[in-house]
Write a protein that binds this ligand. Structure first.
Ligand SMILES: Nc1ncnc2c1ncn2[C@@H]1O[C@H](COP(=O)(O)OP(=O)(O)O)[C@@H](O)[C@H]1O
Ligand SMILES: O=P(O)(O)OC[C@H]1O[C@](O)(COP(=O)(O)O)[C@@H](O)[C@@H]1O
Ligand SMILES: [Mg+2]
Length: 525
């Protein structure tokens, strides 16, 4: 293990040791490449340690691989709007704790670098040539993030050259760019979608970095979900391998809220709010018709957050089905039994199903579908349609009860709306933090709030796993108690859920040390 000092901390890096388990040669931050991309050397995580089990999972900086990068005073110091803020610039040693529920003897645990403007910047305003790209599925707030990146670069740092890459990653090498000026982006936050377009697939690492190099771009803002961030990480690695002075910044986007570590993703709040309209409609239909079931399908490929939060918010939902919690239809404790009971008691019911729920059951009765989208994401069977048919079939053939079923699929309508007020504010903070980070010379990072504070996170922290609803957690229990639905849980599900979800920060101090995640060395400030 070798260590170097970095600010007030000590930077430890053991190339052969797994950062989390401490086992040798078992785990390295994963950068998956498309088959066409050649194997690439992945830079080591910057893990910094301090007193009392303090660990900083730091992000790369241009000076990590380029020597003699000149610095300049931050132009914000002359900005009248910010001059009044007491201590506007972020202290170099400010970090944010990942875990805030602690005991008296808890180690200080994992921290992330606090986002925000720094005293020194590593780009002269006139030299900045920035670009923005949006990739993957739509999400409310994309236009707000674009608008606010342009605004922050222009108004705070006096940057004039900002371009939009058209139509996602492939736009880097197959399309013209779109000039983005404050005037061009004025008012776009009131529109859904993305003014620069998006796409799945088309990721070609070498061609993208060639395009960045050829165009003389030196700040790249990449807005997208888990797939996009894996691509962004590989772009950063290639930029670094070529020794380019280019800041590569990710801004996590996912309507499904499936990105880990950050509090929540932009657009999620809007999606939950918009889902209420569909649930209300289902409830009105269900209440007004005899023995009626209102069934609503919501987005959530692998994570059921939208369904869970929309259910909790609405209070009209009798059953919520999500990918993380398997369910079954027939027999005691099954869905059909519960529906019969609710209809007999209430005369109506509302079911919310996330699109990724029950895919194993659907695959059993439909032709197995192994199709993938252009990005390699598995295409899902329509669980809403399948469930409608199953419920109708059951009541027709197995019971005396006649039921009505109204199926509502608002999925794309929810995704296409503009972001609400709270998401707009959130997107503004994300964009400003991203710009401050790039101007300060940080690179190879993504930005997001951890316990309400904007942080710079290394790419691997948000791509190594997906954020999922923990069905042994209090939130799911709150949801179950609000609907009174069966839990459909068996012991195996509970054990699997606990094994999957135990976060590394729950480790105790000694375990952290034993596992080689931190060293016992401390640094003299
Ligand atoms: N493992 C990966 N490595 C590099 N690029 C990827 C990877 N996965 C997806 N991409 C690219 O990222 C973009 C968006 O990915 P996608 O999965 O469709 O959406 P999202 O980023 O929202 O999850 C696509 O252009 C896709 O080709
Ligand atoms: O039909 P499309 O546009 O490919 O996307 C549908 C998928 O996109 C999502 O809205 C978001 O997925 P991404 O975060 O991967 O973009 C999923 O909820 C949904 O399954
Ligand atoms: Mg995705």
């Amino acid at each position: 293990m070798h260590s170097v000092t970095h600010g007030a901390f000590k930077l430890s890096s053991d190339k052969n040791r797994d950062r989390k388990t401490g086992n040798r040669n078992r785990r390295k931050p994963e950068v998956k490449l498309t088959p066409r991309s050649p194997v690439m050397v992945v830079s080591q995580p910057k893990v910094v340690t301090g007193d009392h089990g303090f660990v900083l999972e730091d992000v790369p900086h241009l000076i990590d691989y380029i020597t003699d990068v000149p610095t300049y005073p931050n132009p914000l110091q002359d900005n009248p709007a910010y001059a009044v803020v007491k201590q506007y610039f972020v202290d170099m040693d400010d970090t944010i704790a990942q875990k805030i529920v602690v005991h008296a003897n808890s180690p200080r645990g994992t921290h992330f670098r606090r986002a925000g403007p720094r005293q020194k910047v590593y780009f002269k305003s006139d030299d900045v040539h920035a670009c923005i790209v949006t990739c993957g599925g739509l999400c409310p707030g994309l236009n707000t993030v674009i608008r606010e990146i342009v605004g922050s670069l222009h108004d705070m740092y006096g940057v004039k050259r900002i371009e939009g890459i058209e139509g996602g990653y492939s736009g880097f090498y197959s399309r013209n760019t779109i000039p983005l000026t404050p005037k061009a982006v004025n008012g776009i936050h009131k529109r859904g979608g993305t003014i620069i377009g998006t796409s799945r697939g088309g990721y070609d690492n070498k061609k993208i970095v060639n395009s960045i190099e050829d165009r003389g771009i030196n700040q790249v803002y990449i807005i997208g979900g888990d797939g996009t961030q894996k691509g962004a990480s590989a772009i950063y690695e290639e930029v670094r391998r070529r020794g380019l002075k280019v800041a590569v910044v990710g801004i996590p986007k996912t309507i499904d809220n499936d990105i880990p570590v950050i509090d929540q993703s932009f657009g999620f709040d809007t999606a939950v709010e918009e889902a209420q309209r569909a649930i209300n409609a289902a409830h009105v239909e269900a209440e007004s018709n005899e023995n009626c079931i209102g069934l609503v399908k919501l987005m959530g490929r692998n994570s059921g957050f939208i369904a869970m939060y929309a259910t909790l918010a609405s209070r009209d939902v009798d059953c919520c089905l999500i990918p993380e919690s398997s369910f079954y239809l027939e027999g005691p404790g099954g869905l059909f039994e519960y529906i019969e009971k609710r209809i007999k008691e209430n005369g109506h019911m509302v079911i919310v199903v996330a699109e990724g729920a029950g895919q194993d059951l659907v695959a059993e009765s439909l032709r197995t579908n192994d199709d993938k989208d252009a990005s390699g994401n598995k295409l899902l069977n329509d669980v809403g349609l399948w469930l409608s048919q199953k419920i109708k079939g059951h009541f027709k053939t197995q019971t005396e009860m006649e039921i009505n079923l109204k199926y509502i699929d608002p999925t794309y309508m929810i995704r296409a709306v503009p972001s609400n007020a709270s998401d707009n504010v959130y997107c503004t903070l994300l964009a400003q933090s991203a710009v401050h980070g790039a101007m300060a010379g940080y690179t190879g990072f993504t930005v997001g709030p951890v316990h309400g504070r904007e942080c710079y996170l290394p790419f691997y922290r948000i791509t190594e796993k997906q954020n999922k609803v923990v069905i042994t957690d209090r939130m799911w229990a709150r949801m179950l108690s609000s609907t009174n639905q069966p839990s459909f849980l068996n012991t195996k599900d509970i054990i699997e859920s606990i094994m999957d979800e135990a976060p590394p920060t729950q480790l105790l101090d000694d375990q952290l040390v034993d596992n080689g995640l931190v060293t016992k060395e401390t640094t003299v400030c």
